[in-house]
Ligand binder design. Structure first.
Ligand SMILES: [Zn+2]
Length: 124
């Protein structure tokens, strides 16, 4: 779900200024990944292993990516550097997406107020 920004009480000028700041600051991070890093603990095949009495193996980290309803790409992140990269890449995506979402909601509010989205200057 998208974060909801509250713009109702902001002036059109303030919205346009925030929009300009977002456009200046949003840089597409090349290493972004839209996915989640999930932590899992598990049991092995041995019936006498400690994991059978609650001390499960792990943590193991997986990258999970929903591509479409019912279609998920998921794989084990095998090394600490891979886990760290995955965390940075998903955080980069989320930060970029939050900025994009705020820009979209500002533009929606401006359109709702009858403002011109393509012109830069605020109307009187
Ligand atoms: Zn085990």
């Amino acid at each position: 779900m998208a974060k909801v920004f509250a713009f109702a009480r902001k002036s059109t000028l303030a919205l346009r200024q925030r929009r300009a700041a977002l456009v200046r600051s949003l840089r597409l991070p090349p290493a972004l990944i839209r996915a989640s890093v999930v932590e899992r603990f598990g049991t092995c095949g041995s019936l006498t292993c400690r994991c059978r009495s609650g001390a499960k193996h792990g943590p193991y980290y997986y990258l999970t990516q929903c591509l479409a309803p019912g279609k998920v790409r998921k794989f084990l992140l095998k090394t600490d550097p891979a886990v760290a990269q995955a965390r940075r890449a998903t955080a980069s995506f989320n930060a970029f997406y939050d900025g994009l979402e705020e820009l979209s909601q500002i533009n929606t509010e401006l359109l709702h107020r009858g403002e011109d989205l393509e012109g830069g200057a605020p109307s009187a």
